[in-house]
Design a protein around this ligand. Structure first.
Ligand code: AMP
Ligand code: GLY
Length: 422
């Protein structure tokens, strides 16, 4: 089988490595892939947002199955366009990807179907938003409606910060069209859990839970990033919480999307907060999380491609989706200065006898060498029986990898370890 994977980060590298385990797979194309993915797939220089280019490539090659991993091509209708050419895909169509593409859509969906989430108001007009903020409780959370590279959420500690956030989005166009509508919502507290799930539009099968570390600095300080590390499973996500989430959140969401005529097929990501009043949805993503995928897929025992195809063919209920016991930890090695300004082009040295898996996110090949080309450069994952062992193994590998100005958090998993000891 010939597989096409759209995307080019650490998440896609993890997906590709897992898909390669299937013996029927003969070749994998990654569009665009990256310098590290090139070791596991044939990379073709077509951008993930170039839907026409992707479809033209797929139509002129014998692609048997396509996996569209990032949010923007999904929201732009990449799956619809590939399906129109007869290519079966893993990933939602545009009318379902809107669950991530528009926060207003997802908030209204949750309200309509009674799915627990933070209370909120939607604003199209700057003056109305500012008037609302006069009396809004703080902290409060301001969210741009559309995709904003993961940066469209501002936790405002004061009314002035909230006003500044609203003005920057609605008047100054900070996120372009994505910020012309905003959601202002209740500030919630509690541990966060990421749950990725497979769904075929009817059946939903949650994967092992995980915990992301979004802030750049140790102790969860500093700017938000795409994610500095992950662990799985998430110790706060007990069996009782999982059962409650299935009944009150996962199934109701999948049924709601079907009832709206927008059946969701693919990976539906639930970003949850376990508040004192129970689990609440913080966000939905229409795709695998990054870097959650780098800890979740290494724990998947079942064949990924088989499960993906079952989701596409609406027979997810017939396949086994099994995770191995044990824990996974992923530490992200980033370019110094990320998520703000950082230099690129530094040579990366990775010993070949590492006892860990290296997923490459931001690197390219230059003169036969792997050099940095992005903010998040590598995700280093280890799987062991216990979380502590997985973390130790991941950090041991990280310390043997080098590139100039490499930065990583030294406290990935610390909160999860504390939770286990509670
Ligand atoms: P997002 O960009 O949607 O992933 O949100 C970024 C982060 O903002 C989340 O991971 C949460 O930590 C935080 N956040 C979002 N919404 C809320 C909320 N209503 N209350 C508290 N924190 C929130
Ligand atoms: N790690 C969060 C996300 O993928 O959106």
């Amino acid at each position: 089988m010939n597989i096409l994977v759209v995307g080019g980060g650490g998440r896609e590298h993890a997906i590709i490595k897992k898909i390669r385990e299937n013996r029927q797979v003969t070749s994998i194309w990654a569009l665009p892939g990256n310098g590290g993915i090139a070791a596991d797939a044939e990379c073709v220089d077509i951008k993930a947002t170039d839907i026409e280019g992707i479809v033209a490539f797929a139509a002129s090659h014998r692609v048997d199955y396509a996996v569209v991993a990032p949010d923007d091509p999904l929201v732009l209708g990449c799956v619809d366009a590939l399906e129109a050419r007869g290519i079966p895909c893993f990933g939602p169509r545009a009318n379902a990807a809107i669950i991530e593409g528009s926060k207003v859509f997802s908030k209204n969906l949750m309200k309509k179907y009674g799915i627990p989430t933070a209370a909120y108001e939607v604003f199209d007009e700057l003056d109305a938003a500012l008037a609302y903020l006069e009396n809004a409780p703080v902290p409060t959370v301001v969210k741009a409606d559309g995709l904003a590279l993961g940066k469209g959420v501002i936790i405002a500690q004061t009314r002035q910060e909230a006003r500044d956030a609203v003005i920057s989005m609605m008047r100054d166009g900070k996120f372009g069209k994505s910020g012309s509508r905003v959601v202002i919502e209740e500030f919630l507290t509690g541990p966060e859990v990421s749950v990725l799930s497979f769904t075929d539009g009817k059946t939903v099968v949650p994967m092992v839970s995980s915990m992301d570390h979004k802030r750049v600095g140790e102790g969860d300080t500093g700017l938000n990033t795409g994610g500095m590390g992950t662990v799985a499973p998430n110790p706060y996500y007990t069996d009782a919480v999982a059962a409650e989430c299935m009944e009150r959140i996962f199934l109701p969401t999948v049924r709601a999307m079907a009832a709206e005529g927008r059946p969701f097929k693919g990976c539906l990501y639930f970003g949850l907060m376990l508040t004192p009043d129970g689990p609440r949805v913080i966000e939905y993503n229409c795709r695998f999380g990054d870097p959650e995928t780098q800890v979740v897929l290494p724990l998947l025992e079942s064949d990924l491609l088989t499960v993906m195809q079952a989701a596409t063919e609406e027979r997810l209920g017939e396949v086994e989706v099994k995770f191995r016991p044990g824990c996974a930890a992923c530490v992200i090695m980033a370019s110094g200065g990320y998520p703000e300004h950082y230099a690129k082009g530094y040579e990366i040295s990775i010993p070949d006898d590492l006892d860990a898996q290296v997923y490459v996110a931001g690197a390219e090949r230059r003169d036969g060498k792997l050099v940095t080309s992005g903010g998040r450069v590598l995700g280093v994952t280890a799987v062991r029986d216990t979380l502590r062992e997985a973390l130790d193994a991941s950090y041991a590998a990280v310390r043997r990898i080098s590139f100039r100005d490499a930065y990583y958090r030294r406290d990935i998993g610390a909160r999860a370890l504390r939770a286990k000891e509670d």
